[in-house]
Design a protein. Structure first.
Lengths: 406, 233
């Protein structure tokens, strides 16, 4: 083997390659599952008159754009290219999967991220065509009318609908202040009722997944995430603030395609979206390795797109696909815009990630009590105390100590 | 050798080599670890197209020091029970004899050597407990450090095979809920423990020098030549 072959072998060693190819047999089985599922859906009645092709036409997007999008989503879901027609078909059948979208303690930012784009992407348009049975923000109905509609939808699609939840659930003192509907249900009761007869629960945004901003210290409402409340149901967490529409679409598409939930990590996040750190696919990663950091906003480094680690970027500890998928129609993302990652897709991000300090300068509660000190301040205090202790002992030893006789 | 003194062996050659390897690794790990947590100097190469790899080299040294540390810890853990020279676990058991010795050595320290009621020729219980605390902190650094490291092996593959990240997840994932539930808590714990280790080292060096001065038995020589001197009775 010559040197060139040896190098080629070294860099294509099995151990350093991501296994996106699971073998013929696996994909054959998967294709059969999907085809069975899609034919079932095709024969089911469409719940809405919304047709993706009409929506796309109205927005001036061609069939070609749609197929380009389908192949991109196929890649995002880590499926081989021949699955593209299935993904496209699933997108067309999205109007056959009923979705009940409830809002709890939140800012509706996840809905806004999807709805409020001046140039909506196909990801966002797809979500317009889903069979959205209930959504407090969008629906015209109110009061008893809305409530009876919810009851009807839950009865009709019992065990078949996806329950999408946005916002955290207050369970602490004062949870009675958060009620919904004409009957004055608390958020917890509301969630339990709607999630109870759903096929699966999709928690969208960091509030719904981990409590998010409402759960930040001192957490006055005792806010928790959906997974802390709903038991015995498959739960898919799609955190981030706001959750990326591409990831919401990807998850729902996966459900449409297979009738199952995607592969999840230890925090119930889909692995296709949250399997990798921001840091590992960051466009500024080379500057991190080179030790080239932005020292203050607007300095020479900032103008040269250097690494934002010293400005508090939490990319090395945050699992999300922003660095690949980006936001706002793939326009940009926080690090691309010159601000570090605040770790919004991680639990307790507001308390532990979202500050403009490097990791070592993180504020934390010192063991000495309620005073917040950074790790280094605390450490220097500890070293000083130890130094003083040693100095005192040495001084007394020197003056009052007794040396053994030689 | 002075008449009336005899030489006692206290550390084998391996123990001494291990001590200095660990000492060098610790200095390297602290210097590079502080840089990784908060890069405290800048890359002073203005040329854009130069292979400056400052953070990467810092991480390389940190991880190398760590892995040498880890292997040394495994060996030391083995020696705790199976050393043919001295089995440290025997001094850790809370037997009445060990407790008496521990208190006697501690009293010696706080009375500035005015009271000395124990045999200082062998490794005493107080010292062994003190080293045991160090080894516990090292194990904690090993577990949290490997947890932080495995976060970068998301694909589940590594250059030495899939077993490595799989094993690291199995052995270290519990440190996340244990420290508070986020990756940040593991990092904070890793960083804070460093300061406790530095404090440990400060007292360790001071105490060995203090013993040398006040006991007059050449304790500091143990780590260089392997032996100290005690008065013959």
């Amino acid at each position: 083997m010559d040197r060139r072959d040896a190098l080629a072998k070294m860099f294509s060693a099995k151990g350093v390659r991501v296994d996106t190819n699971r073998g013929e047999a696996y994909y054959k089985r998967l294709r059969e599952t999907m085809e069975r599922r899609l034919s079932e859906l095709r024969n089911a009645p469409a719940a809405t008159k919304m047709d993706i092709h009409k929506v796309l036409e109205a927005e001036g997007l061609s069939r070609r754009d749609f197929m380009k999008w389908a192949s991109a989503i196929t890649a995002m879901l880590m499926l081989p290219a021949p699955f593209t027609p299935l993904v496209a078909e699933a997108a067309e059948l999205m109007n056959r999967v009923p979705v009940i979208w409830i809002e709890l303690q939140d800012c509706a930012g996840n809905s806004e991220a999807i709805l409020r784009s001046d140039a909506p992407t196909i990801d966002e348009l797809i979500l317009e065509t889903i069979d959205l049975e209930f959504n407090e923000t969008l629906m015209a109905a109110a009061g008893h009318q809305a409530e009876s509609h919810l009851d009807e939808a839950m009865e009709t699609f019992k065990g078949k609908y996806l329950c999408v939840v946005e916002g955290s659930v207050p369970v602490g003192a004062g949870k009675e202040w958060c009620t919904i509907g004409a009957k004055g249900e608390t958020f917890e009761e509301h969630l339990q009722r709607v999630a109870g007869s759903a096929a699966a629960v999709v928690a969208v945004g960091t509030c719904a997944t981990f409590g998010g901003v409402p759960a930040a210290a001192p957490n006055p409402t005792g806010a928790v995430g959906v997974q802390d409340i709903v038991k015995g149901k498959p739960i898919i967490n799609i955190p981030a603030c706001p959750a990326n529409p591409a990831n919401i679409t990807g998850t729902i598409l996966h459900f449409v395609l297979t009738g199952q939930i995607p592969e999840l990590d230890h925090l119930n996040r889909p692995k296709f979206a949250f399997g990798y750190r921001i840091h590992d696919n960051c466009e500024r990663r080379a500057h991190f390795d080179a030790g080239e950091f932005v020292e203050e906003w607007g300095d020479e480094g900032a103008q040269n797109n250097w690494c934002l680690y010293k400005m508090g970027c939490k990319g090395p500890m945050t699992f999300n696909n922003c660095s690949i998928v980006r936001y706002n129609s793939g326009t940009n993302w926080p690090i691309g815009a010159g601000h570090g990652c605040i770790g919004c897709s991680e639990p307790q991000f507001w308390d532990k990630y979202a500050q403009e300090r490097p990791m070592a300068d993180t504020e934390f509660k010192a063991p000495t009590g309620g005073v917040e000190k950074s790790v280094d301040q605390f450490g220097l205090g500890l070293l000083t105390a130890a130094g003083i202790g040693i100095a005192v002992h040495a001084a007394i030893s020197a003056t009052a100590g007794k040396k053994d006789e030689e | 050798m002075k008449p009336g003194y005899k030489r006692v062996k206290r550390m084998t050659a391996f123990m001494r080599i291990n001590h200095w390897v660990v000492a060098i690794c610790m200095v390297a790990a602290v210097a590079t670890g502080l840089y990784i947590g908060h890069p405290y100097y800048q890359t002073l190469i203005a040329e854009p197209a130069v292979d400056k790899y400052v953070m990467a080299w810092n991480r390389w040294i940190h991880l190398m020091a760590a892995i040498i540390f880890d292997v040394s810890s495994v060996v030391i853990a083995y020696l705790y029970f199976f050393s043919r020279f001295e089995k440290p676990y025997k001094k850790l058991l809370p037997t009445p004899k060990n407790i008496r010795e521990f208190i006697a050595v501690f009293v010696n320290l706080i009375t500035f050597n005015r009271v000395k009621k124990f045999d200082s020729s062998h490794s005493d219980s107080f010292n062994t407990v003190y080293f045991f605390i160090f080894h516990l902190m090292l194990v904690w650094m090993l577990l949290t450090g490997l947890q932080l490291y495995v976060q970068g092996l998301e694909s589940g593959h590594s250059s030495i095979g899939d077993w490595w990240p799989a094993m690291l997840h199995l052995v270290t994932d519990w440190t996340i809920p244990f420290t508070g539930g986020t990756n940040m808590d593991v990092r904070i714990s890793h960083h804070t423990t460093m300061y406790f280790i530095i404090v440990w080292v400060m007292f360790h060096i001071y105490y060995q020098v203090w013993r040398t001065i006040f006991w007059q038995e050449g304790d500091i020589a143990i780590v260089f030549g392997g032996s100290k001197f005690v008065k013959e009775k």
